[in-house]
Ligand binder design. Structure first.
Ligand code: SF4
Ligand code: SF4
Length: 225
């Protein structure tokens, strides 16, 4: 799977047990560092799970908006500590990453539907229906023209930027944006920047609120009056 897809295939347990290549404690052994980091990540995950379970789900729009605000604040805080000489290279109009499956949760779909209505947008419903037949594993089997997100504008910008899902917010790279273009054959050079707090925030939300691909959930939300 291309490294820049906006999906969360790994469970929190997978992430917590992953062989992290960033040092956690340079003084410890590699195995000891991994154990410490796994415990640290489990703690973050459990905290976000508890927050999601305690959230007021009666107002889907407020829930999603609050989560987006918190995600932006977390990313801003953590990205202030980028490694020396590194910078986030993502920017408006750069959209190679908007051609893959996007996992969201239902409250985010409701917020997107509200944004669409309020902004007077007219997303391609036929495209949403076609895309809804595909999964993460079969996404690339669609015709190339159908693989782009329904909200990707002709100018390469996101037409729902203010309401974009958290999985879009947290996908950031420090590498040359051209590496994200699968046609270039350089995806192995993608240098993702991770905020582990942000990752766990999203893993917890998907676990607690439920997950689905953007086309199907947005189509359902748009069909609800
Ligand atoms: S640099 Fe890559 S991840 Fe960032 S916006 Fe461009 S295509 Fe997306
Ligand atoms: S919602 Fe916006 S940022 Fe996310 S994949 Fe679609 S066009 Fe890209």
């Amino acid at each position: 799977m291309p490294a820049i897809w906006r999906v969360c295939r790994a469970s929190a347990a997978d992430i917590c047990g992953a062989d992290m290549d960033d040092d956690f404690d340079t003084a410890g052994s590699a195995a000891g560092n991994r154990r410490k980091k796994a415990a640290w990540l489990r703690g973050i995950h459990e905290r976000h799970l508890a927050q999601c379970r305690a959230a007021d789900i009666t107002d889907a729009l407020a829930l999603a908006h609050k989560a987006h605000v918190e995600m932006d604040a977390q990313l801003q805080q953590d990205s202030a500590n980028l490694p020396e000489g590194k910078q986030i290279r993502c920017g408006r109009g750069c959209s190679h990453c908007c051609h893959g499956p996007v996992e969201i949760w239902p409250q985010e779909a409701a917020l997107l539907a509200r944004f669409v209505r309020d902004a007077g947008l007219a997303p391609d419903l036929a495209l949403l229906e076609r895309q809804s037949r595909y999964s993460v594993d079969t996404w690339r089997e669609q015709p190339a023209a159908d693989q782009a997100c329904v909200f990707l504008g002709d100018d390469g910008a996101c037409s729902v930027y203010a309401a974009r899902p958290n999985t879009c917010r947290k996908l950031l790279v420090m590498s040359d944006p051209a590496c994200c273009d699968v046609r270039q054959g350089r995806t192995d050079q993608i240098d993702r920047w991770f905020s582990w707090e942000a990752e766990m925030m999203e893993v917890a939300a998907l676990e607690v609120f439920g997950m689905g691909l953007l086309p199907r959930l947005v189509l359902q939300a748009l069909q609800q009056k």
